[in-house]
Ligand binder design. Structure first.
Ligand SMILES: C[S@@+](CC[C@H](N)C(=O)[O-])C[C@H]1O[C@@H](n2cnc3c(N)ncnc32)[C@H](O)[C@@H]1O
Ligand code: SF4
Length: 323
């Protein structure tokens, strides 16, 4: 089934949580907050249950392994990806990951199983900020992981969850990401899941300042698309769009989705303004993410004229030799 066919099928994106296990302890993450309140730290969805869920899911443009936990920690995760691909119901199969639970070579296996997109949560490369925001993160290892994963996974994007702790350093973060080979960068504002983190949230003025800095820096990113969540917009973007998103929890139940805090990486990585790679079909732009600084159109390939003498030599070199 083509991406266009699944896009017409009614559901844009399905987020599915396959494990609640995690190797990090990001302070503001709903998982960290829930575990702090006594929720079990590790629940894995069984493959048999996942297969039953797959049978019941509608086709969708994107199936994203995401949720409260690190999907790659599920011991059967490659089999989950392969099972999803075998249904042929989904245009793109992706994962949201911290990129640190496995060796980057693990992602080559995921690509072989059918994973086309990796959204890597970065937030910051500043060690002190990372210790507060994404406890357990070695920022240099993270930068290397992003670079290596981007070599294996066709569409690798970086996700920045911005709070008052990492907002000032955003341009330094973008500059370092520009060296990694990511195809797009998504920026979302932090949401407080615990009263302790309310002070970390950006108010209207801080959001406006962030967007202005992103808009100023974006053009220097060249071919890398920069996208912001609707919640970065002046009014906060609350429930502005009727998005067709299903969210499935690790227990297999559907939960209401709040998409205002997230960009739609499907758009970020496939909109006409995002760079394309050979063989990647360009689908029409859909409203949802705010293209803060879409990359400039790529110049048409210049016609190359080869001197006749070089052309003759080339022809000789590719002609099969007679024995
Ligand atoms: C819960 S994580 C699960 C996937 C994976 N463990 C990861 O970190 O990418 C999914 C996304 O939620 C983001 N996130 C975590 N806490 C958040 C918060 N308080 N507000 C907004 N996004 C948050 C993370 O940065 C990540 O991009
Ligand atoms: S790595 Fe992801 S799931 Fe784990 S604590 Fe951080 S944001 Fe939450």
């Amino acid at each position: 089934m083509s991406d266009e066919q699944v896009a017409g099928a009614g559901v844009d994106r399905i987020d599915i949580e396959v494990t609640t296990a995690c190797n990090l302890g990001c302070a503001a993450c709903p998982r960290t907050v829930a575990v702090g309140r006594g929720a079990p730290a590790t629940v894995h969805m069984r493959l048999a249950r996942f297969r039953r869920i797959l049978e019941n899911l509608p086709p969708a443009r994107v199936l994203q392994f995401d949720g409260a936990g690190e999907p790659t920690l599920h011991p059967d995760f490659p089999a989950f990806v392969a099972a999803a691909r075998a249904t042929a119901k989904f245009g793109v199969i992706g994962v949201t990951t911290n990129g640190l639970a496995r060796d980057p070579s693990y992602f080559m296996g995921l690509a072989a199983a059918g994973l086309r997109r990796a959204t890597i949560s970065v937030d910051t490369f500043d060690p002190a900020a990372a210790a507060r925001l994404r406890a357990g993160t070695d920022v240099d290892r993270l930068a290397r992981a992003v670079t290596e994963i981007a070599r294996s996974i066709e569409i690798t994007t970086a996700k920045l969850c911005i709070s008052r702790l990492n907002s000032d350093a955003i341009t330094a973060t973008l500059a370092r990401l520009a060296q990694t080979g990511v195809r797009a960068i998504e920026v979302v504002p932090v949401q407080a899941h615990h009263p302790d983190h309310a002070a970390w949230c950006l108010d209207d003025a801080a959001r406006a300042s962030l967007v202005a800095r992103l808009a100023a820096f974006g053009p220097t990113l060249g071919k890398i698309g920069l996208f912001g969540a609707p919640a970065l917009q002046p009014a906060g973007g609350r429930c502005a769009l009727p998005e067709r998103v299903l969210t499935v929890t690790v227990e297999g139940s559907r939960s209401p989705a709040d998409r205002t805090g997230t960009t739609r990486p499907s758009d970020a990585s496939t909109s006409p303004s995002a760079p394309s790679r050979p063989g990647d079909p360009i689908r029409p732009w859909r409203p949802g993410s705010m293209p803060i600084a879409p990359p400039p159109p790529r110049p048409a390939t210049a016609a190359v004229s080869i001197r006749p003498s070089i052309r003759r030599r080339l022809r000789r070199s590719i002609r099969p030799r007679r024995r």
